[in-house]
Design a protein around this ligand. Structure first.
Ligand code: 3JN
Length: 343
């Protein structure tokens, strides 16, 4: 098998680090590996698979002779994706920059792999909460068309990056030691106010839009319709930051066009690659973020009828935000392209 020349942009962040973990764990066929970051992190040494790499500052010239460019996310995507494509690389981008661009496939490999074929150099990785939700929705949609989804998320601090994870850890330690805390990062470092996340919930992820939804909520709505290729599907979302480290959880209410039984839903989810049913009320078994962290599968449980409507189910979904919600999904896109001779 060919060995691919891989670049990781944003190698020092939480998603970048997870790319490295997964490349090793999944024996991703790389020959060369180039670790890129902003000027601030350039020069950082990273030990990986017996070799020490020096993180280089990303420039437009960084992508010469690169086959696959994995972009961890952030504003650097807009600057460097066009240059990487021009240099002949396929960019798999974890930022929202290109997700809703009609020329850019938005892909969860288990859900809509065929979209990859339409790429023109850039393939977008969906938002983490979107990925985790569609992993549960797709097997159900294949049983019966979905009319409407009502989702509320319980999002881990990992979604806010390494700084937000450190902030939760520090606040828990400080509060336990009887010290005052001064929130600095959440709900967003660039926002004018900050709130304590330890022992709290923050009902704001990203900025508010004119319709009073947050940007995170609108990403879930718009991206889900694009991935499921159904603009007519109705979705409403409320996204909440919770004091959990790295797995997102979601309460999802699904209304179908016809009957789907709990047993049918369980069977369909259990046989869907990348999803797992964890659902046994008698044994008190259900997905929990503590137990999905570090795992690849999205877990689904608490599957039951919504008795308030004719054809509805309630689900509880948990998935590792940095793995399936970001780095794993992006790497699976690259793996799919390799397996199907698309790269
Ligand atoms: O907060 C979360 O749990 C997920 C955050 C995602 C995020 C954070 C900053 C910028 C994104 C994203 O992936 O949608 C972006 C962005 O690329 O817009």
């Amino acid at each position: 098998m060919k060995n691919y020349r891989v670049a990781i942009l944003g190698a020092t962040g939480a998603v970048g680090q997870e790319f490295l973990n997964l490349i090793e764990e999944r024996k991703f066929p790389f020959g060369e590996l180039k670790l890129l970051a902003s000027k601030r992190s350039a020069g950082t040494k990273i030990d990986f698979m017996g070799k020490t790499y020096t993180v280089e500052e990303a420039t437009e010239d960084s992508f010469k002779d690169i086959d696959i460019a994995l972009f961890a996310g952030g504003s650097a995507s807009k600057t460097f994706a066009p240059a990487a494509v021009k240099a002949g690389a396929v960019v798999i981008d974890n930022s929202s920059t290109f997700r809703m661009d009609k020329d850019v496939p938005l892909v969860v490999p288990e859900v809509n792999p065929d979209a990859i074929k339409r790429h023109k150099g850039i393939i977008a990785n969906p938002n983490c909460s979107t990925i985790i939700m569609v992993m549960a929705l797709k097997p159900l949609y294949d049983l019966k068309k979905i009319k409407r989804v009502v989702v509320s998320t319980y999002q881990a601090v990992s979604g806010g990056g390494k700084e937000a994870m450190a902030e939760l850890e520090e606040q828990v330690a400080d509060i336990s030691a009887g010290k005052e805390v001064t929130p600095k990062i959440l709900p967003g470092a660039s926002l004018p106010k900050h709130y304590q996340i330890a022992f709290n919930l923050i009902p704001q992820i990203d900025v508010f839009k004119d319709n009073l939804y947050t940007k995170e909520e609108m990403k879930m709505i718009d991206e889900t319709k694009k991935i499921m290729e159904d603009d007519g599907m109705k979705i409403t979302a409320t996204t909440i930051r919770v004091p959990v480290y790295r797995s997102h959880a979601e309460s999802v209410n699904v209304e179908f066009e016809g009957e789907v039984t709990v047993e049918e839903a369980k069977k369909a989810i259990a046989s869907f690659k990348g999803a797992k049913v964890v659902d046994d009320p008698d044994e008190m078994l259900y997905p929990m973020p503590l137990f999905t962290s570090g795992k690849d599968d999205v877990e689904v449980g608490r599957i039951r009828k919504d008795e308030s409507i004719e054809h509805g189910l309630n689900l509880w979904v948990c998935g590792d935000q940095i793995r399936k919600g970001a780095a794993l999904n992006a790497l699976q896109i690259a793996e799919y392209m390799i397996e199907n001779n698309m790269i």
